[in-house]
Design a binder for this molecule. Structure first.
Ligand SMILES: [Mg+2]
Length: 394
């Protein structure tokens, strides 16, 4: 059967403020004294932008087939990822069939392994892989979730990540995950403040609403264990990414030391089947949270997810909007999804990838019907009002 081959791969960046979701202005909850591994340095404690969380910016990968059909994807990685896509990865796609995503992924990964394996390179590979799935869906005139096996439920239900779980509850979400504001460098005083914030939200949200802490790699084992035990009194559902992603031993110890019934979650900054195999074989967590735009794309997430399913580990992907939704709706072991509240005060639902994407579906009353995903590919368009720059060509 003939299928149009890939004619060209193009990598673009978006210049200027707001180019990625970390690049938000003053007063946004996402950059308001959030605990981080850099918070031990007082000069980098108030803002994640101060230590450079936003330096890379957005990457937009386009893949054009010989018949003119274009698939695309948006992730992070900016100019350095654009360089890797143009100068290195494009060769594994151009002239080949978009149906051959397994071979293409294998060549992208092993062709870059000597300097890649994780981080920026796998971020770039993920962007290409997502654009490839978008292209495949458009060529086959089917939504990506059909290509992944079809919906296993009629709708997605969401928890909200943001500073206001109390408002998220009113908006129909099943839970609210708050950023932790104080890390070990702020001592007992900071720990008390963290617990006080949880207590306030428990008071406002009632007994049954899920409340979680996202610790963004900021803690050490001792602090994380003490936080978990103090938070138990307020029904904390899970403690997320408490430790460095390299500290598999710490996570294994934290999972053993956490109060019964409290879940330990991590994986947002982990990549590939091998990274997640380590998390699972060392029994580091109850839920893994791969970001499909960072962990290797959909092709790799399928492998990670199958491994998790066999071990009774849930897969709740980190953010990533439609790129996650099309996956989550197809997996039994991904029973709900994350929605990142991008409104500065976390007081309304706005599209996660605004302004880059047009047609991005958002939850209503904390839910999204599978039918809202019923468009070819990932079902979104690039906003022509956003100017793309192509810094490198090949
Ligand atoms: Mg997180």
């Amino acid at each position: 059967m003939t299928f149009p081959t890939i004619k060209q791969v193009r990598a673009h960046v978006v210049r200027g403020g707001g180019a990625d979701y970390h690049d938000q202005g003053d007063g946004h909850w996402i950059d308001d004294h959030i605990a981080t591994p850099m918070a031990k340095y007082p000069e980098y404690r108030q803002s994640r932008q101060s230590f450079g969380i936003n330096v890379l910016g957005t990457l937009v990968v386009e893949i054009e087939a010989a018949d003119g059909t274009v698939g695309f994807a948006v992730t992070t990685g900016g100019e350095p990822a654009a360089y890797i896509v143009e100068k290195h990865l494009a060769r594994f796609l151009e002239g080949h069939s978009p149906t051959d995503y397994e071979k293409i992924w294998d060549q992208m990964y092993f062709g870059t392994q000597y300097y890649g394996r994780k981080g920026l390179v796998v971020n770039a590979i993920s962007g290409v892989d997502l654009a490839l799935w978008d292209l495949l869906g458009k060529l086959r005139r089917e939504p990506v979730y059909h290509l992944l096996g079809g919906a296993v439920r009629d709708e997605l239900s969401f928890y909200a990540t943001g500073a206001r779980p109390d408002l998220a509850k009113q908006m129909g979400f099943i839970g609210g995950k708050m950023p932790l504001h104080h890390g070990p460098a702020e001592g007992e005083e900071g720990l008390k403040k963290n617990i006080a914030e949880l207590a306030t939200m428990r008071e406002r949200c009632g007994e049954d609403f899920w409340l979680m802490f996202d610790c963004w790699m900021a803690l050490d084992l001792n602090y994380a264990t003490r936080l978990a035990h103090r938070a138990k009194d307020y029904g904390l559902k899970w403690i997320e990414e408490a430790l460095s992603p390299d500290d598999y031993w710490g996570y294994a110890a934290l999972k053993k030391a956490a109060p019964a019934g409290m879940l330990v979650t991590t994986g947002e900054h982990e990549a590939t089947r091998w990274g997640f195999r380590m998390l699972m074989e060392m029994e580091c967590c109850d839920i893994i949270q791969p970001d499909v735009g960072w962990c290797g794309g959909v092709t790799e997430l399928l492998k990670i997810s199958a491994m998790a399913d066999s071990r009774g580990v849930m897969v709740i992907p980190h953010g990533s909007s439609v790129y996650s939704y099309h996956f989550v709706i197809t997996r039994h072991n991904s029973p709900f999804a994350e929605f990142l509240m991008m409104a500065p005060k976390a007081d309304q639902v706005v599209p996660m990838f605004h302004p880059q994407l047009l047609g991005e579906p958002v939850p209503e009353n904390g839910r999204l019907k599978a039918t809202a995903l019923d468009k070819p590919g990932f079902g979104v368009d690039l906003n022509p009002a956003v100017t793309l720059h192509r810094p490198y060509t090949h």
